[in-house]
Design a protein around this ligand. Structure first.
Ligand code: THU
Length: 130
């Protein structure tokens, strides 16, 4: 799976975004170690704090289908700026994939790539509880 293809899937996932409040559609595509892709979009709520980000939608879809090992994530918003994953999403992803590569994109398909460990330094993970 190329970065460009994973980004295409993230761009495409924005079409199902439910964003009546922000109008900001986000798409994510999460690649598993064995080559499956789980896509997700953001889902907002009238009680704003219940909003689910695209990355977490993709993650919960994958984990609920029995997949827990991930190598790469692409995320893109509906803007000319990069769609940086929020702190909650960084933490949720870190639980399963501290070595994840995160491809952060703009709607014009430009992207930058960071290790999740750079986006969430000194992350709190399962081993922190040992
Ligand atoms: N959003 C995401 O889907 N992912 C992020 O990492 C950042 C924010 C969504 C949440 C909300 O629906 C909209 O973007 C505006 O904050």
């Amino acid at each position: 799976m190329t970065d460009e293809k994973l980004l295409e899937l993230a761009l495409d996932a924005r079409k199902n975004a439910y964003v009546p409040y922000s109008g900001y559609a986000v798409g994510a595509a999460l690649l598993t170690e064995d080559g499956k892709v789980f896509a997700g979009c953001n889902i907002e709520n009238a009680a704003y704090g219940n909003t689910l980000c695209a990355e977490r939608t993709a993650l919960v879809k994958a984990v609920s289908e029995g997949c827990r090992k991930f190598t790469r994530l692409a995320v893109v918003g509906n803007s000319t700026d990069y769609c940086w994953p929020c702190g909650v999403c960084r933490q949720m992803l870190y639980e399963f994939a501290p070595d994840l590569e995160v491809l952060v994109a703009r709607k014009d398909h430009q992207f930058v790539k960071f290790p999740l460990r750079a986006l969430l330094p000194h992350g709190f993970g399962p081993e922190s509880l040992d």
